[in-house]
Design a protein around this ligand. Structure first.
Ligand code: PPS
Length: 331
């Protein structure tokens, strides 16, 4: 089986969009089952748009700059991803706890074996608890929730109750490159072993998780003027992080002191987030892995990956799909 065929075998399709097989099918097929509260806040995006960065910013705004929870609790635990569904069997959960207890005394070669590393990773990153719907119930209001869902399968209760949603979009070339590194992180289901050229074929044919970048971003873009939706771009966050924090605070109706805003910008800088174990899962899985989660954080890294032919093909698709939308990106 080719690497791309193996990738596709790990997916399911709903309404023409593919998703990882181990995600919660019912959240995607029946968006009305997600119980939402009126004061829920969502960060939504197509994958690799800067979601993790945005969540750090929004959570700090909601906590009026208090960094305590962000420094101590994995992001995945405090901000559930609603469609995730990592339902570990009871026995495995116990093994993980036992391993954590024994970790300081176990020989290095055991700790570094792939499966043990994987189990410890689950514990350390909070992935062990990443069962979106179950986690959501446990979190006190106001909750901050994450998802990558296209608008048409976004929780309908959230739309009806006008929950606030911050949607972040990033230019599709950098998104694709970042997506390649994400899928290649080295642990299931992110254990893609193909090359960039292989992955490009999946990406350009909308055969990656959450489907077409264009469908996703443009459908959310159509709702940019809804009173409960704030549509932001990664490139603008890079250019003006302080302005970004201010505009989100206004949207959430939270007033912040100027020095608090500066602290939020600093706490959420690429440098700081890269070093933070609560957000950078690569620190837990191993810095030596050539693919990183908090990786480069720049605009324009696509130039190091797209071939001339790929760029030509992609530009043509971009022109066609974005025509008349009023949405454009700098890259
Ligand atoms: S995910 O897995 O879909 O939630 O990934 P997501 O968080 O959306 O996107 C990851 C990319 O965002 C970059 N990143 C940042 N850029 C700038 N500043 C900060 N603070 C920051 N934090 C994360 C991260 O490095 C990924 O982009 P690439 O291009 O791979 O570096």
């Amino acid at each position: 089986m080719t690497e791309n065929a193996r990738f596709l075998a790990g997916t399911f399709e709903h309404d023409g969009v593919i998703y990882p097989k181990d995600f919660n099918r019912s959240v995607i097929e029946r968006p009305e089952i997600v119980n939402c509260r009126e004061d829920d806040v969502f960060v939504a995006s197509y994958p690799k748009a800067g979601t993790t960065w945005m969540i750090e910013i929004v959570s700090l705004i909601m906590n009026e700059g208090n960094t305590e929870i962000n420094s101590s609790t994995p992001q995945l635990v405090r901000t559930p991803m609603i469609e995730s569904n990592l339902e570990l069997p009871f026995r495995l959960r116990w093994t993980i706890h036992l391993l954590k207890f024994l970790e300081p005394i176990l020989p290095k070669f055991i700790i570094q074996s792939r499966s043990i590393k994987m189990l410890l990773l689950l514990e350390k990153t909070g992935l062990e608890a990443a069962i979106g719907l179950k986690q959501m119930e446990k979190i006190p209001s106001p909750r901050l929730l994450k998802c990558h869902l296209p608008y048409q399968v976004f929780p309908s209760q959230a739309i009806e109750k006008k929950c606030k949603i911050v949607y972040v979009a990033r230019n599709p070339k950098d998104t694709g490159v970042s997506y390649f590194h994400h899928c290649s992180l080295g642990f299931p289901p992110m254990d893609y072993k193909g090359s960039w050229n292989d992955f490009y074929q999946l990406y350009v044919n909308d055969k990656v998780w959450y489907g077409s970048w264009f469908d996703h971003v443009l459908t959310w873009w159509q709702h940019r003027d809804d009173e409960n939706i704030l549509f932001l771009k990664y490139e603008d966050m890079k250019k003006d992080p302080k302005g970004t924090v201010k505009s989100i605070a206004v949207f959430l109706d939270i007033s912040l002191r100027d020095d608090t805003i500066d602290n939020i910008v600093e706490f959420c800088s690429f440098k700081k987030m890269r070093k933070s174990e609560t957000v950078n899962i690569s620190l837990v899985v191993g810095e030596k892995n050539k693919h990183q989660f908090i990786r480069k954080g720049v605009v324009g890294d696509w130039m190091n990956f797209f071939t001339v032919a790929q760029n030509k093909e992609y530009e043509k698709i971009y022109e066609e799909r974005m025509k008349g939308s009023g949405l454009d990106f700098e890259w």
